[in-house]
Design a protein around this ligand. Structure first.
Ligand code: TYD
Length: 425
């Protein structure tokens, strides 16, 4: 690979931050007694230093601009920093860079303390070997100086990646190559005029420039488990939205199911008419559907660096067929070994809820399918098997699913973030 150290600008390069920035600028202008502005008029605040922007867009003098910045920071500190999302494909790119031994830094004109919070909140921090931004005592530090500090911290053959001419200038001033990305806030023309060494129109193109033929990191497999009625579907939606905000390209699948063939097996296994189905037949059908899903859906998506969210996976078979049907946890795990091979979840969200509670919620929601018609002993055994299997398992994030929807979501996302952070190291 051409570059062993990659320095990334933040806004417009790693994250799309217009909402936070434009809303805070509008808030500051209004606090300064200026009315009649719209968020749209503050779009040009993205990138250049705030001080210059307030003077240019609002006609402020130095003292007013300083005061406006204080108002801006007040809102930014409270809510603005969270009005942000990571560009799709960035976590996959950062993981691939780490896989190939590259050093990665964030080199931003945003105050370092804010940049650190964003890096934490949006899952970027675990990938960063350095994070360099102006301190509050050196607010107007130039991009060239920031880039220099990041280079000094990491060494290697560095490249600066950014979306504005300031980033390109900052790299050039230090004699290093630069990559201009035009999916952010600067145009291709701006970046070409500034003399960027390469220009990338998309995150994919950026990945190609940085990695070329080098191997890419595998994506992550996240499974969701719990008793019928534990609220899995609602929480899955929240999880997917969160992962997307973190820049993951998400592929959802469910078991039994996945592609057309696996869905046919699903219909067969859940059909209430199939009363004569033996427990062993059922266990093999779930495993067969899983073998299909793993090869047709999950592995191809992981190869492309995507986050796969799988609604139930092998642990469901161990709990329901191994425990509920009393075929034995080990026997069912063994039966599934050929189906899954080495494709195991990186994170398993276990929405923990006692069976009576889960069942009463489930039965009031819709017509029961074949499995849901089982007697309570079946669910009790299923629950106990889940509990025993998951006890102390590193990949499992157990969440108390008896709480309110918001509390479950909060606990779940916290646990997922922690686990994703560990996986990168
Ligand atoms: P699920 O799709 O989660 O249920 P729903 O969409 O109705 O909420 O799961 C369907 C049923 O299949 C559920 O009762 C659990 C059962 N199941 C097993 O018994 N073994 C397995 O391996 C899997 C994947 C599911």
């Amino acid at each position: 690979m051409r570059y062993t150290t990659v320095l990334f600008d933040l806004d417009g390069t790693l994250t799309r931050s217009e909402k936070g920035i434009t809303r805070c600028a509008l808030y500051a202008a209004e606090k300064m007694g200026l009315s009649g502005y719209t968020e749209e008029q503050f779009r040009s605040f993205i990138g250049p230093p705030l001080f210059a922007s307030f003077k240019r867009v609002c006609g402020m003098d130095d003292a007013q601009a300083e005061q406006a910045i204080a108002h801006y920071r007040e809102r930014y500190n409270a809510v603005g920093y969270a009005e942000n999302e990571v560009y799709t494909g960035i976590p996959a790119l950062l993981r691939s860079l780490k896989k190939n031994g590259c050093k990665v830094a964030m080199a931003t004109a945003k105050p370092q303390a804010f940049a650190e919070r964003i890096a934490q909140m949006f899952g970027l921090a675990p990938y960063l070997d350095a994070l360099v931004g102006p301190g509050f005592d050196n607010k107007h530090e130039s991009k060239a100086h920031i880039v220099r500090r990041a280079m000094d911290a990491l060494g290697g053959t560095a490249v600066m990646v950014g979306d504005r001419c300031y980033d390109i200038d900052g790299g050039k001033a230090n004699g290093i190559d630069t990559i201009g990305v035009c999916y952010g806030y600067g145009s291709r023309q701006e970046l070409a005029q500034a003399g960027a060494t390469h220009i990338a129109g998309t995150v994919e193109e950026l990945t190609e420039i940085l990695l070329g033929g080098a191997p890419r990191a595998r994506g992550v497999l996240i499974s969701m488990e719990g008793m019928d009625g534990c609220g899995k579907t609602t929480q899955r939606e929240a999880l997917v939205a969160h992962l997307m905000q973190l820049g993951w390209d998400v592929r959802c699948t469910r078991e039994p199911g996945g592609d057309g063939i696996a869905e046919k097996i699903r219909a067969l296994v859940l059909d209430p008419e199939n009363e004569g189905m033996f427990d062993e037949t059922e266990a093999y059908l779930y495993a067969a559907a899983r073998a299909q899903n793993v090869r047709a859906v999950i592995r191809p998506a992981l190869m492309r660096g995507r986050a796969v969210v799988c609604d139930r996976f092998v642990d469901s078979s161990v709990a329901y067929q191994g425990g509920g049907r009393a075929l034995g946890a080990e026997a069912v795990a063994a039966l599934n070994a050929l189906a899954v091979g080495d494709t195991l979840p990186d994170v398993t969200i276990y929405l923990r809820m006692p069976p009576e509670r889960a069942l009463s919620r489930r039965l009031s929601a819709s017509e029961p399918d074949r499995l849901e018609r089982e007697q309570s002993g079946f669910f009790e055994r299923t629950y106990r098997t889940y509990e025993a299997r998951f006890d102390g398992m590193a990949r499992v994030a157990a969440v108390d699913a008896s709480q309110s929807i918001e509390e479950v979501t909060r606990d779940m996302l916290r646990a997922v973030d922690a686990r994703l952070g560990e996986l990168t190291l």
